[in-house]
Design a protein around this ligand. Structure first.
Ligand code: SF4
Length: 285
């Protein structure tokens, strides 16, 4: 069996930057260091970070005054940052620059009087942070049935969740067009995610099976697995190497591997090493 490895897999620059900022914060005197929610959507890496002194807080109240709050790559709504300041926390802003763009565009549209629609998952922290810049007035939609429920609008501004698929956004935007006299769309999709998704799609079309490595709580990894399935490939989404089973590969000649933006290289490497042990050869993608 042949194993094909990707060019684009593992940490994106936004996640790498957030981790570097958090580690830097542990070297300052503003201890302890917390993120609000896991710094990245990967339980194995969150556990490792805890050993480095970066803990997870469920709410701002859990962080003692004088401690540090690292804003993760998804960003935070402005009122949450304000509350953290009021409580005397030291703030390290590791919001991904691409998410920051989306926040700024959302605020601009809101300030200019547009009705704002955000295409994305209403429960995802990035979307909660972006809608915060519209005083939480933005409407969040993630499928076409929700478009039908929208009222007619005069001026409509649209923001996209950074990790969505281009096709889905194009489709929903086309359905939004008849809803408004004026439609303004900011393309806030992340290029790194687009390349990763394209590569995974192309790989999935030519292999018998795809292994997608990353947290089960990671939206972008789950998306990657869906993209691979949409190409007709048998796809397993695993969080770590121990989940791989030799039985899966019985009639398999070529297997492709990819990983989400929040998957550390050591987790990906462990999975690839285990796969190598189960196989005879491999080839670079
Ligand atoms: S996936 Fe893209 S938008 Fe999200 S953190 Fe990484 S670089 Fe930033």
């Amino acid at each position: 069996m042949k194993v094909i490895l990707p060019k684009y897999a593992g940490f994106c620059f936004g996640v790498k930057r957030a981790l570097q900022e958090a580690v830097k914060a542990t070297e300052q005197d503003t201890q302890p260091v917390f993120s609000l929610g896991p710094l990245i959507h990967n339980p194995q890496e969150v556990k490792r970070l805890a050993e480095e002194g970066i803990a997870v807080a469920e709410s701002i109240e859990d962080i003692p005054a004088g401690g540090t709050l690292v804003i993760r790559s998804h960003g935070l709504a402005p009122e949450v940052v304000e509350e953290a300041r009021r409580r005397g926390l030291n703030i390290v802003d590791a919001t991904c620059p691409l998410v920051k763009n989306a926040q700024e565009y959302a605020q601009l549209l809101h300030d200019q009087g547009y009705s704002v629609v955000v295409i994305g998952d209403p429960n995802h922290p990035e979307i909660k942070s972006v809608t915060g810049y519209t005083e939480h007035e933005a409407i969040v939609i993630n499928d076409e049935s929700m478009v039908k429920k929208l009222p007619e609008m005069n001026r409509l501004g649209v923001i996209l969740q950074t990790t969505l698929q281009l096709d889905l956004c194009q489709h929903i935007v086309s359905l939004l067009l008849p809803k408004a006299r004026e439609l303004k769309v900011f393309n806030t999709l992340c290029d790194a995610t687009f390349k990763r998704q394209q590569e995974a799609l192309e790989m999935a079309r030519k292999v018998d099976m795809m292994i997608v490595v990353g947290g089960h709580n990671s939206a972008n990894t789950t998306h990657l697995a869906e993209i691979c399935r949409s190409a007709g490939s048998i796809t397993y989404h695993i969080e770590e190497a121990s989940e791989l089973s030799e039985d899966w590969f019985k009639n398999c000649k070529v297997v492709g591997v990819t990983a989400g933006a929040s998957t550390p290289s050591w987790v990906l490497n462990e999975a690839v090493e285990r796969l190598k042990k189960m196989t005879e050869g491999e080839e670079k993608g």
